[in-house]
Design a protein around this ligand. Structure first.
Ligand code: SF4
Ligand code: SF4
Length: 438
């Protein structure tokens, strides 16, 4: 990022809280769990080093130099350091606030400003525009243009980011879930819960089959689903990129959207979205008009595996005889502290063998759009992840976040293999379907 002089320090608007900074006792227990430290081996790319840098800026001993910005932006925001930290340092909050300071105070070059404006303001907050984009991608794939572009290597003529985006697209895009179902999907009798279903943008557009599987499983387990029509992007990408005002605007829209109906829970199946939805209470705590509503909203948010774990699964379940490697999405494990529920769900499927994966709690390198903005580093982190997953010799890989699914599919492809990468709920859905066939 190009910066002008004099370089600023933190200002008072959403300054990283002093008590959260000084909670770090420099013990270093987080270092071993930090993917960037493990790959780069530099202290300033470890959680301890980053907290030290944030403290130095807070003390006005350091300005927000390009070096400072680099170490902040190289963080995956995976929050593995929070799980490891005995002092309960809220590292995610510190990092997101530091990035908020960077974005407000340091002007980016105009091409970056334009790109960020398009992505964060013009695209993700507008479901119709996203749907239009996904329809365009669908046409690109089905018309044969994609094959032609790849054969002629046309994308080599454009910035690398475009080629990486294109390479990450699923090979076939079905119709988005939100365009295929009515607003209300009735649960099987006896209905025990009425839940709002959060569809998000990436999961809805790129993995609608995960939503269909989720809906079928929830319905089979006595949940009536309400797909709120006015819902929008959760704002996780905005939050991680330091675009805090836009993240708040999206939070207000989602809260208003899900207040239209009485709900027992608001269920989602994307770890990144779930973590962000659960943070609305804190994000809007200072806004009198929204503080209580945001806290109520966040208290109702549940990952689908946690929702299903509340009651014994209804049967019958059929056999899915597969060796499955489960990889924890960081924002499920470290941000939401959900570890056991997805594993229990998979272990409950007849015939399914859950194989242990070394460092399953380690980030895969996807981290929102990190695999695009920090491609080389992301691929090094992915290589380490894939070595561990493939050592378990799985027939199927399961993970509960669309970014992780895309990233692991890239890893499988790079290894020259064809192992399916699915959401755990798709395996449970397959089990119900197998029972119906049996
Ligand atoms: S959030 Fe992840 S990448 Fe960033 S410092 Fe913590 S462990 Fe390292
Ligand atoms: S584990 Fe926590 S207290 Fe120890 S160095 Fe890391 S962030 Fe600081």
């Amino acid at each position: 990022m190009a910066v002008s002089t004099p370089l600023p320090s933190f200002d008072q608007h959403e300054r990283p809280p002093r008590d959260k900074i000084t909670a770090c006792i420099h013990c270093g227990l987080c270092l071993d769990k930090c993917p960037t430290y493990r790959v780069l081996g530099t202290e300033m790319d470890s959680p301890r080093g980053r907290v030290y840098l944030i403290k130095a800026v807070d003390d006005a001993r350091l300005q927000m130099t390009p070096n400072f910005v680099t170490h902040m932006s190289q963080c995956l925001d995976c929050r593995a350091c929070e799980t490891a930290c005995p002092s309960h340092v809220h590292f995610g909050d510190l990092m997101e606030m530091a990035r908020g300071q960077i974005e407000r105070q340091l002007p980016r070059p105009w091409p970056q400003r334009l790109l960020r404006r398009v992505v964060f303001q013009e695209l993700f907050p507008h479901p119709q525009r996203l749907a239009l984009l996904f329809r365009g991608v669908q046409w690109y794939q089905r018309s044969g243009l994609q094959r032609l572009v790849r054969e002629l290597q046309i994308l080599d003529l454009f910035p690398g980011v475009l080629k990486r985006l294109e390479a990450n697209l699923p090979t076939h895009l079905p119709r988005p879930f939100t365009r295929s179902v009515p607003a209300t999907l009735p649960g099987a009798a006896p209905v025990t819960r009425r839940v709002g279903f959060f569809t998000g943008c990436v999961m809805d557009g790129l993995f609608p089959e995960v939503h269909h599987a989720s809906a079928r499983v929830l319905q089979a387990n006595g949940c009536t689903l309400w797909v709120a029509g006015q819902q929008t992007c959760c704002g996780a990408l905005h939050m991680h990129a330091g675009e805090r005002e836009q993240a708040r605007a999206l939070a207000r829209r989602n809260i208003a959207a899900f207040e239209q109906q009485p709900l027992d829970a608001i269920v989602n199946n994307a770890a990144g979205c779930g973590a962000q939805l659960k943070s609305y209470g804190a994000l809007l705590a200072e806004e009198p008009a929204f503080a209580a509503r945001a806290a109520q909203f966040s208290a109702k948010v549940q990952d689908i595996t946690a929702c299903l774990a509340q009651e014994p699964l209804r049967g019958p379940l059929g056999s899915v005889p597969k060796r499955v490697a489960y990889d924890d999405p960081c924002h499920l494990l470290h941000a939401q502290r959900i570890r056991q529920q997805p594993r229990a769900l998979l272990q409950g499927i007849p015939g399914l063998q859950l194989v242990p994966v070394t460092d399953a709690d380690f980030c895969c390198g996807a981290a929102g759009i990190y695999n695009i903005t920090h491609h080389e580093l992301s691929m090094r982190i992915l290589a380490r992840k894939m070595a561990h997953i493939l050592a378990a010799q799985p027939e199927v890989i399961a993970t509960g976040n669309p970014g992780c699914m895309l990233q692991l599919r890239t890893g499988v492809q790079q290894a020259g293999l064809s192992i399916p990468v699915v959401h755990p709920i798709e395996l449970l859905d397959a089990s119900y379907q197998a029972a119906a066939r049996e």
